[in-house]
Write a protein that binds this ligand. Structure first.
Ligand code: ATP
Length: 330
């Protein structure tokens, strides 16, 4: 996971897509390409235009401008054979009343020309032990698995997953991630909409961020928004008796904040530098020389969430060194 294949043929191609609702333009000229076999994560704040875009790609909504090709066809004009090649998992679904998991799958399998096997599909989503359970009695997480199973029963080439793990507990999320990774290894192309940065980071080959109808960043999760070049954060607690003034020059130059712990105890020190070794070297040499230990020393590069917030929240710049914001140092 997380490694872009980059070699598959395009499964989705979008150019200059626009969508206007009356006088409001929700999607303002976006371009994107999804390649076969990749997990593509589409992120953005509430109201950014994600659902509008996805519904256009799925053929459920007519666009007002631009070109869209999904599996070789324009979704606005594609027919049932095209639809059978696509799986859609919506955020909410209503399972068939009184049917078991296996019966639901059998019913849906009848709608497709060459469905996936029922046992194989249950296995794929981790519902093999629930074949005879009534769908309406499943837990929330199991029901979500059934939703995914129903979208996979037609053996789709392309799967749209809308916030697949919202409401899941941590272990159910991990299980869902394994399942999505399993789909990827079967060659299914996954278009994932999510609000969870760790989910995108874990699963996606490519991440695209939309904000106010425009694409603000696009790339592999590790390099999104210039993340790999962004400043690293270094933090540690000042050893007892040490003061900021005693720190070596390169360390003081990188200082962003010093926060007192509020009880008269040690100060927590935050540094930010685009060249962390140039700060860490003098810091460690100083600590060794003075006989200090720095037991909570931490070096962290910006998380995908930091990048996302910097891209989507005006006035937030989490990625670059900045002037001290807050200092309570003596
Ligand atoms: P969320 O994360 O909250 O689901 P989203 O990124 O999916 O948001 P959209 O649902 O695509 O956003 O909405 C984009 C914008 O278009 C919003 O301002 C929304 O109010 C508006 N919008 C969506 N559907 C319609 C509609 N049918 N008529 C008018 N405006 C709409």
């Amino acid at each position: 996971m997380g490694t872009s294949t980059g070699t598959g043929d395009p499964v989705i191609t979008v150019s200059g897509l626009r969508m206007r609702y009356d006088s409001f333009e929700a999607v303002r000229g976006i371009d994107l390409e999804v390649r076969r076999g990749e997990v593509f994560a589409f992120l953005g704040p509430n109201g950014a235009g994600k659902t509008t875009t996805v519904e256009i790609l799925e053929g459920y909504r007519r666009r007002t401008g631009g070109d869209v090709t999904v599996l070789g066809e324009d979704p606005a004009h594609a027919g049932p054979p095209w639809r059978a090649r696509i799986g859609v998992v919506l955020q909410e679904s209503r399972p068939e009343r009184d049917l078991t998991v296996a019966e639901c799958l059998r019913l849906y399998a009848g709608y497709y020309p060459s469905p996936r096997g029922i046992d194989e599909t249950m296995e794929l989503v981790g519902l093999a032990g629930q074949a005879d359970a009534t769908a309406t009695r499943l837990s929330g997480g199991q029901r979500r698995r059934l939703d995914v199973a129903l979208s996979l029963i037609g053996d789709p080439e392309l799967l749209f997953l809308d916030e697949p793990t919202t409401g899941f507990d941590p272990s159910a999320r991990r299980a869902a991630w394994d399942m999505i990774a399993g789909l990827r290894s079967l060659g299914v192309t996954v278009f994932l909409t999510t609000h969870f940065m760790d989910e995108a980071e874990h699963l996606a080959d490519h991440v695209m961020v939309i904000s106010e109808g425009r694409i603000v960043a696009s790339g592999p999760p590790g390099t999104l928004g210039g993340r790999q070049r962004a400043a690293a954060e270094i933090s540690f607690t000042l050893p007892p008796g040490a003061s900021v003034a005693a720190l070596p020059g390169p360390v003081r130059d990188a200082l962003v904040a010093v926060r007192a712990d509020g009880t008269g105890g040690a100060d927590h020190t935050l540094l930010r530098s685009a060249r962390p070794l140039a700060v860490l070297g003098p810091l460690i040499a100083w600590a060794e020389h003075e006989g200090h230990d720095l037991p909570d020393l931490e070096v962290r590069r910006p998380s995908l969430e930091d990048v996302y917030l910097a891209l989507t929240e005006p006035g937030t710049d989490a990625l670059h060194p900045e002037a001290p914001r807050h200092s309570e140092a003596t």
